[in-house]
Design a protein around this ligand. Structure first.
Ligand code: FES
Length: 107
């Protein structure tokens, strides 16, 4: 489930450390957040741990809209967190690229 939002802005690493089409997991407080860098440098941030059985969602196959968990292939929408395959929803979090090229996550 999504951690309670406090609205705090967390500065993560530089965008350059995530190849286009891939994701990286960041520890933010007690939360593990997967940040995906999509084409056009669109960013999406979701809970990194699959609610089905703990799979690492940052290692899943992603396109512009969804990520597929690498363990049992549940599908999650990167913008809404809803699962189209019957898993519980995951949290989605506001994320943006700052002017200095670093990723800023609101949690
Ligand atoms: S752990 Fe993600 S689908 Fe099973």
């Amino acid at each position: 489930m999504a951690p309670a939002s406090t609205g705090a802005v967390h500065r993560l690493g530089p965008l350059d450390e995530i190849p286009v089409g891939e994701a990286r997991t960041y520890a933010v407080g007690d939360a593990q957040i997967a940040v995906f860098r999509l084409r056009g440098d669109v960013l999406r941030a979701i809970d990194a741990v699959c609610p089905h059985a703990g799979g690492p969602l940052a290692d899943g196959q992603a396109d512009a809209e969804v990520v597929i968990c690498p363990l049992h292939s549940h599908v999650f929408n990167l913008a809404t967190g809803e699962s189209s395959s019957g898993a519980p929803p995951i949290g989605c979090h506001p994320v943006r690229l700052a002017a200095d090229g670093r990723i800023e996550l609101t949690l």
